[in-house]
Ligand binder design. Sequence first.
Ligand code: F6P
Length: 324
Amino acid sequence: IKKIGVFTSGGDAPGMNACIRAVVRTAIHDGLEVVGIRQGYQGMLESNFWDMSARDVGNIIHIGGTILKTARCLEFKTPEGTKKAYDNLRSYGIDALVAIGGDGTANGASRLSLTHGIPVMCIPGTIDNDLYGSDFTLGFDTATNTVIEAIDKIRDTAASHNRLFFIEVMGRDSGCIALRAGIAGGSEAVLLPERDTAIDELIEKLSSHANNHKSSSIVIVAEGDKNGGAYHVAERVKEKFDFYDSKVTILGHLQRGGSPSSFDRVLASRLGFAAVRALLNGKDRQMVGLRGNAIVLTPLEEALHFSHFKLEDDLLEMINVLSI
Ligand code: F6P
């Protein structure tokens, strides 16, 4: 391997820049050339390539988003698109790839490598924390901290007005952000895609809290929860339970931005460094992740087969216990 390509794809996540920096600098340190591919798979189709130096990744470790930009690309998913991307990579001399992104990104990299034989390493970069092969994905810690900051602020006003707040958080089909934010933000209930919560069950809980002299409450609703989103949940609760005045806040895309936490910066650096070293050691088609406190490689087939992260049982139980 002489020249590696690095790109970000899918939704951006805080820590992606720190990871690009680690890939670029490790590669250059180890005698490789590095090409940044702008806008993910779209950039491969358009040969949107950037010969990167160590200085190009200076002063970005603390910045959210991704300097390589990102996109979701449908054309790449066709066999013709995949071939065109591969041909463009090869004609630019790129002979291995580091892909930073979520499951769509890893699926694309896997397809490119399976059909055309280019070595790939995938780094889990998404706020959703929904990839198998890593206890934590890049950006999840920062996004959860952002959510907690918002919950803390909402709590001030909820308590002052004796109100019930429904706060909707991101995560697509994963309840990881919701569950952790629920624990760390001291919420009364969390509605998760992984667990069906009947509205009556929620009302019963809120009533028992009200009877127990709670003057305000916070309910976290994961966007993937089957009840149909925070507004819908709030409406249905209001129909039968009006002890509190209730309000809804959808946190939305502010959860994707911001300066990465120290945890995400260190994770990004470790994963980027390990991905380059793994390619140099002849590894291919792996997800680079963190398990326990060790950096581990998981074959892409396995990582993509078990696509969902399992929520921790103790956290699930604790929500009920600690909110009485
Ligand atoms: O995958 C990251 C994520 O932020 C999800 O939590 C959310 O469902 C989705 O992306 C939003 O995507 P978009 O930015 O394309 O609206």
